[in-house]
Design a protein around this ligand. Structure first.
Ligand SMILES: O=P(O)(O)OC[C@H]1O[C@](O)(CO)[C@@H](O)[C@@H]1O
Length: 412
């Protein structure tokens, strides 16, 4: 057994920054983030002064300096003042990308008065996108719920059939991550349709079988999810949660959600409730029975919803507060969803893509599995021959969301 460490075992490479010309990082800060700010103007009914500030933010991102955060009464204000200290008077494009992105979403909420008492307090500027994301994927939701109900209705659950169901649901959790509203608007095509079999060759690292072995041998303990997007991805995650609890593979599931809107579609506690209510209102009994079970699990506290400002902070995963780390140490497995959480695991740095991921992610108290479709130029743990193949076959493989990993790190 390798020694546990509080930070990556290897020296840290440089962080990604937008000033790197021609990168997806540059494209995100100089073009995607401005268009996200402008979409907030278009999709909300904020007054003219708020819209003018949003437009100012959008126009300053490509070459302007970081604006300061004023005390907008949020409990994370003091933390942010500390995080911002080293980056005063720097341009958005010069600072680490992960910092720039998390601060962009936090600053956007200052502009929209999200935390201040008054008309706009608590108004999620991405609400419309989140809702639309659910509505456009309804057919896929019905199909998935029907499948889960079928699996749960088999009275004697053999380990092998449990594993088959779990592998399928892990893949849904993975490909559900393709439906990312910060990259593709919910008003464009429905990206929830995919064929798991055909997608198999697009999984660059596939530890799904090992994950299911770990789960079925874990004596019905606790599983944690560091959740990513609301919408279809959240429904996929909740189907996995439902199966874990309904089959007895887990007795407790804790979801870690965001404390405020961020990265457009990232899920908050209220999004889980809104999702179950949306599903409950369906006319399809396969969907409503699933939603009812979820509500019962929440009521009986077998499914616990929690949030923490760490998840919306610019900190790397290894800077996790001790209290959160201690809490996670009671889990059998942490399921870490999506691209931004994966970037956080790797500190959003330029690791060689073949670096052993367990030499980077060696700071977690229990095993973790990352379910991530690639949407940024960050990766680790890819075998050299797999890397060579994918680089040959798709020049946009790092960022087009068509490739994924189911990557297990078990340092025990
Ligand atoms: O929802 P996910 O999978 O975390 O991905 C979202 C993020 O991915 C990125 O495109 C690249 O990490 C971010 O700019 C984007 O907002």
């Amino acid at each position: 057994m390798k020694q546990k460490s509080n930070t990556p075992r290897l020296p840290l490479p440089q962080p990604l920054v937008a000033v790197e010309a021609g990168t997806f990082t540059e494209f995100t800060v100089t073009q995607r983030m401005p268009s996200i700010a402008r979409r907030v103007i278009a999709e909300n009914k904020f007054p003219a002064n708020i819209n003018a500030s949003l437009e100012k933010l959008a126009s300053e991102l490509p070459s302007g300096y970081l604006p300061t955060l004023v005390d907008d009464t949020s409990s994370d204000f003091a933390d942010w003042s500390r995080y911002l200290e080293p980056y005063k008077e720097q341009r958005w494009i010069d600072i680490p990308w992960f910092f720039a992105e998390t601060y962009f979403y936090r600053y956007l909420l200052q502009i929209t008065n999200y935390f201040r008492a008054g008309e706009w307090q608590g108004v999620d500027p991405f609400e419309l996108q989140k809702r639309q994301g659910l509505e456009t994927s309804l057919d896929s939701i019905v199909a998935l719920c029907t499948q889960v109900n079928g699996w749960l209705n088999v009275s004697e659950q053999e380990n092998q059939s449990r594993q088959t169901a779990l592998i399928t649901l892990l893949y849904f959790g993975l490909w559900g991550n393709r439906v990312d509203l910060s990259l593709w608007s919910a008003f464009e095509t429905d990206r929830s349709r995919f064929d798991i079999q055909n997608q198999q060759s697009h999984i660059l690292v596939d530890d799904a079988l090992k994950v299911t072995e770990l789960l079925v041998n874990s004596n019905s303990g606790r599983v944690d999810f560091v959740v990513d997007n609301a919408g279809f991805e959240l429904v996929c995650d909740l189907c996995l949660v439902d199966y874990l609890l309904g089959s007895g593979v887990a007795s407790l599931v804790r979801l870690h959600l965001k404390s405020h809107p961020t990265f457009v579609s990232d899920a908050m506690i209220k999004d889980v409730h809104q999702t179950t209510e949306f599903l409950l209102a369906s006319s399809n009994p396969e969907v409503t029975s699933f939603a009812k079970r979820l509500q019962e699990y929440i009521a009986s506290e077998q499914l616990v919803l929690s949030d923490d400002y760490f998840w919306t902070s610019p900190l790397a995963f290894w800077e996790i507060p001790e209290s959160l780390k201690n809490d996670l140490s009671h889990s059998n497995l942490i399921v870490i969803k999506g691209d931004a959480n994966y970037r956080r695991l790797l500190g959003d740095r330029h690791w060689d893509f073949t670096t052993k991921i367990s030499d980077i992610v060696c700071y977690l108290p229990v095993p973790m599995v990352a379910l991530r479709t690639l949407k940024s130029e960050v990766a680790a743990g890819i075998k050299p021959e797999v890397l060579e193949e994918v680089e040959k076959s798709d020049s946009a493989w790092l960022t087009n969301g068509q490739w994924g990993v189911v990557q297990l790190v078990d340092n025990n």
